[in-house]
Design a protein around this ligand. Structure first.
Ligand SMILES: [Zn+2]
Length: 181
């Protein structure tokens, strides 16, 4: 997908090489847990071949990702400013990515795709609480609309669990209707 991030490790000359690329939302939307509506992220990857079998990756990501606000569902822009360094060693026949600082890749790999590492570097930086800083920063019209719909959809006072059993969040239904208008 992003060919620049596929490193030809076997034939890489010794020394440091800079790879630059730009990522948009299509790069991030493989992840199902976070809906990335827009992305504008510049990546600089410095890859150093230190020996026949050892490499060092220095990844810097700068830009913006836009995700839905959990409260009002409107766009929430988050700045991206992440750096991640990782040593890579080729040995054996098994991939081992259990260590945050050392990635072991099989000896016969000719190519290393850094895209998943870059994707995780950006997505893991997104906070658990994904809301506009205060309710005043939220889209007031959206909040009003969502509120009125909530009352409509859940007329009983202690009906909160209903949403989970039916699997339909009234807020999303309301948003869908809004988009159709
Ligand atoms: Zn909001």
């Amino acid at each position: 997908m992003v060919d620049a991030l596929k490193l030809k490790i076997k034939t890489l000359p010794f020394g440091t090489h800079a790879v630059e690329c730009h990522l948009d939302e299509s790069f991030f939307n493989l992840d199902e847990q976070i809906e990335v509506r827009r992305a504008d992220v510049d990546v600089t990857l410095n890859v150093t071949r230190k020996s026949e079998t050892t490499y060092r990756l220095e990844i810097a990501c700068h830009g913006t990702v836009t995700i839905p606000c959990d409260r009002c569902l409107d766009d929430l822009d988050l700045p991206v400013d992440e750096n991640y360094c990782l040593n890579v060693e080729q040995m054996g026949t098994e991939l081992d990515d259990s260590n945050d600082e050392l990635l072991i890749v099989p000896q016969d790999w000719r190519e290393l795709d850094v895209a998943p590492i870059v994707r995780d570097t950006v997505l893991l930086a997104i906070p658990m609480t994904r809301c506009h800083e205060s309710e005043d920063d939220c889209n007031a019209d959206m909040l009003d609309m969502l509120d009125s719909h909530r009352v409509e959809a859940v007329p009983d006072d202690d009906d909160d669990n209903n949403n989970e059993t039916t699997g339909t969040d009234p807020r999303w239904e309301a948003l869908k209707k809004l988009k159709e208008q």
